[in-house]
Each structure stands twice: as structure tokens, then as C-alpha cells.
Ligand binder design. Structure first.
Ligand SMILES: *Cc1c(COP(=O)(O)O)cnc(C)c1O
Length: 381
């Protein structure tokens, strides 16, 4: 069976975890955490990076930082993971969903302005499959209406938009290091990217149980106390040690994924001339990171048959998000602004192909051959 995902392992993970254990520092904010955080500042050019136990936590920190209160509205696509919405719902916000663009499956930037009310506080673009949203437009809408932009770049590490790394364009950005993402910190993990100085001190406080402990460790206060709302959002050094091995190999992982992605794209683009399938699009100003390769069929029925037959043939090809606005909590905590032209119809037709660092050429060609055979079979039925 070819699985959909295998967590990335680059070789030094065990060695670094061993080092962390031998150093007798396992709690958060130790040497590996600091090393990883500095990497994001140096390589991706953000003002400050704070590792978190997950991207979900990074999004929750973002909601605390922009002081989301009951009644505030936050604009985002409905085609996303629950955490994008939950982070704000936890503080009583109402989610305003906007339709997606069929080419990238990202929020349709031309529909955002219509969703803005006097209660709107933030826009949360989600860079689906590591392909950037139309950030110039989104940033100018935000600046015109005085809104925050929080990039859910969970899938977007190493991708760029007009030469800038995703996660560093909005006021705040987040990545996920869950094992299904391009880089992992041992199964679970995330990072918060602060692109403005003004957030740094508050973020450290919220993340350290609402205390000024980080300041205390830097010798800036002589005792630490409870100064704000907060939680515990520090990953352990074991997670940071795992992540460090992946960051050292960030380009290598990226190259491998881009090469697999390009081979898929070659294969399915030539198949597309004969069969009714759609392949992913990446706008000119965006460079993606090979996070995901997906196909879109003409109907939910074809997709269901494809997934079943692929599984029988030994290849796992899962579908993805069920739109949040149609989920029970989505109905309770959100509203869909405007018409759902593409969110439901396109999400129902999408399947993801296996994509992971250790995918072999042999597996790759098995997947392509099997998929092509099965698509033809279904269409002849
Ligand atoms: C994976 C993902 C998340 C959640 O990440 P965790 O690290 O598992 O909390 C949030 N948003 C998007 C778009 C994701 O793909």
C-alpha cells in the first residue's frame, strides 16, 4: 500500500534529540528552540519567530495579539481547516466566509471588500497547497479599512509571493509542523511569525502563561509576575531538536518535493488533453513549495469511485476539507457572505495524491499509471 503521507526524516533528528536529552534542558525555549527561531528571522526575514506546539496554537496566539472580542468579525475562506476559524471563535468572534477562486482554491480577493462591516477586525488568507493568495490586493484592502491580516501559511513554508516568503507578508503569519506538512517537529508543532515589532513583547507574555518570564530571563525585570491573559504555548526541546534537523535540510526537502510535483504535473497535464481532469494552477507571481498535488474531476461521483478504486489498487488518495460553513459549528459561529459558487462544488471534486519526502520514483510511477488506468475505467463505465 502506498500511503498518502510519511513524516519527513532527514537523518539528524535522533542525534539532536539525544543532544537535547544530554543537555538536561527539555522544557521550552531552550537552545534548540532559540536556534530554530533565529533561522526563521535570518532566512525568511520576519521580525520575530516563536515556536508553538502547533499551528492551531500559533493562530490562537494571533487572535490574542489582535485582541479579538465577542462580536468581532473575521473574514476567511470556508475551504480551510477548522483551526483557522476556531482560533477566533474561542474569543467570541463571528466568522464571515468568502468564496474561493477555482484556479487556486484560495480566498477570492475580489469578494473580500463586500464582506467587510464595521465589526470586521481581520482577514485570514489561507495559502492552500502552499500557493499564495493574491496578497497585494489583500494587503491594500486591509490597509484601506484598517484591518489586520493574519496569514494561515500552515502549508506554505518556503513558498513565495513576488519574492517574499509566505507568512512574512501580513501582520502575523503561522506555519504548521504537523507530520503531514513539508517540515515537521516530530508529529506536531508550529511557529508564529511576527512581522511587526509592536507584537513581540505581548506575544511572549501570552505564550508564557500571561507572565513576563521571557523578560525576566533576559534580566530586564528582577522577578516575573502575571501581567496578562495567557496560556502555555511552548513546544518542548525534543520537538525543537527534531525541527532543527529539518530546517538544516529545508532546501533539500523543498527541491525533492518540487521535483515530484513537477513530474506529477507533466504526467497529468498530458493526460488532461484526453481526459476531463483539472490540475493545480500556480499564478505567475507565486512560487509554491510542492506541498500538495491534487486533481479535480467533473463530479463528486467520479471522485468517490476514484478514491475507492485507487484504495483497492493500493494507493491512498484522500479528499480534503469539507467546507466549514456547512459544518454544524460553522453554521453556529459563521455566515457565508455572498454566493457559494466554487467552495462546495470544487471541494467535492478534489483528491490529493501521495506526496512526501521519501516518495520513491518507483512509487511515483505506480501512482501515475494506476491513476490514469482508473480514470479511464471510470469514464468507460
Ligand atoms: C495543518 C493546518 C492547520 C493546523 O495545523 P496544526 O499544526 O495541526 O495545528 C491550520 N490551517 C491549515 C490551512 C492547515 O493546513
Amino acid at each position: 500500500m502506498i500511503p498518502f503521507n510519511k513524516p519527513a526524516v532527514t537523518g539528524n533528528e535522533v542525534k539532536y534529540i539525544q543532544q537535547a536529552i544530554e543537555s538536561n534542558v527539555l522544557c521550552g525555549d531552550g537552545p534548540f528552540t532559540k536556534r530554530c527561531e533565529q533561522w526563521f528571522v535570518d532566512k525568511l526575514l520576519t521580525k520575530k519567530a516563536l515556536l508553538t506546539p502547533s499551528c492551531t496554537h500559533a493562530l490562537e496566539l494571533a487572535a490574542l495579539l489582535i485582541d479579538i472580542r465577542p462580536g468581532d468579525e473575521v473574514i476567511m475562506p470556508s475551504y480551510t481547516f477548522v483551526s483557522t476559524a476556531n482560533a477566533f471563535v474561542l474569543h467570541g468572534a463571528k466568522i464571515v466566509f468568502v468564496d474561493i477562486r477555482p484556479d487556486t482554491m484560495n480566498i477570492d480577493e475580489t469578494l473580500i471588500e463586500d464582506a467587510i462591516t464595521e465589526k470586521t477586525k481581520a482577514i485570514v488568507p489561507v495559502h492552500y497547497a502552499g500557493v499564495a493568495c493574491e496578497m497585494d490586493t489583500i494587503m491594500s484592502i486591509a490597509s484601506k479599512h484598517n484591518l489586520y491580516v493574519i496569514e494561515d501559511a500552515a502549508q506554505g513554508m518556503m513558498s513565495t509571493y513576488r519574492g517574499k516568503f509566505l507568512g512574512t507578508i501580513g501582520h502575523i503569519g503561522t506555519f504548521s509542523f504537523h507530520e503531514t506538512k513539508n517540515y515537521t517537529s516530530g508529529g506536531e508543532g508550529g511557529v508564529l511569525l511576527l512581522n511587526e515589532e509592536k507584537f513581540i513583547e505581548q506575544a511572549e507574555v501570552h505564550r508564557e502563561k500571561g507572565t513576563n518570564r521571557s523578560k525576566f530571563f533576559r534580566g530586564m525585570v528582577d522577578k516575573y509576575s502575571w501581567v496578562e491573559k495567557g496560556s502555555s504555548m511552548l513546544p518542548s526541546e525534543i520537538q525543537a531538536a527534531y525541527l532543527w534537523s529539518q530546517l538544516e535540510n529545508a532546501s533539500k526537502i523543498n527541491k525533492k518535493r518540487l521535483s515530484d510535483w513537477a513530474s506529477y504535473d507533466n504526467y497529468f497535464n498530458s493526460l488532461k488533453t484526453k481526459l476531463p481532469i483539472e490540475t493545480p494552477k500556480c499564478p505567475e507571481e507565486c512560487v509554491h513549495n510542492g506541498h500538495m498535488y491534487y486533481l479535480k474531476f467533473e463530479s463528486l461521483d467520479i471522485r468517490t469511485k476514484f478514491i475507492q478504486k485507487m484504495k483497492l489498487a493500493g494507493v491512498l488518495t484522500p479528499f480534503h476539507y469539507v467546507p466549514l460553513h456547512s459544518a454544524p459549528a460553522g453554521k453556529r459561529f459563521g455566515r457565508f457572505n455572498g454566493k457559494d459558487t466554487y467552495t462546495t462544488s470544487h471541494s467535492e471534486c478534489l483528491v490529493r495524491l501521495p506526496m512526501f519526502y521519501s516518495l520513491t520514483d518507483q512509487e511515483h510511477s505506480t501512482i501515475c499509471g494506476t491513476a490514469s488506468k482508473i480514470i479511464k475505467e471510470i469514464l468507460c463505465d
